[in-house]
Design a binder for this molecule. Structure first.
Ligand SMILES: [Zn+2]
Ligand SMILES: [Zn+2]
Length: 83
């Protein structure tokens, strides 16, 4: 099941499970759209894969299959890519 992480790995901004601003790679590395576009160039800094908009889980499913609450914050990766 897709892990719906609560924040951007780069800037640690909050990404609600229903946010249209969230993007992910195939390994579920999660970023906000601003970082994905402006800092990362559409590529995941961890695996090099493409970043696509995260699908929004329907609210009735979210009750049974809640979003992750574990924040992943790795800003050093993001700087490496933009440098
Ligand atoms: Zn961000
Ligand atoms: Zn990745």
């Amino acid at each position: 099941m897709l892990e719906l992480r609560p924040s951007c790995e780069c800037c640690d901004t909050d990404l609600r499970p229903d946010s249209p601003e969230a993007v992910i790679c195939s390994f579920e590395c999660t970023f906000c759209r601003a970082c994905a576009q402006d800092v990362l160039g559409g590529r995941c800094p961890n695996c090099g894969g493409e970043l696509v908009r995260r699908p929004i889980r329907p609210p009735d499913r979210l009750e049974k299959y809640p979003a992750s609450s574990v924040r992943v914050h790795r800003p050093e990766r993001c700087r490496a890519v933009s440098a």
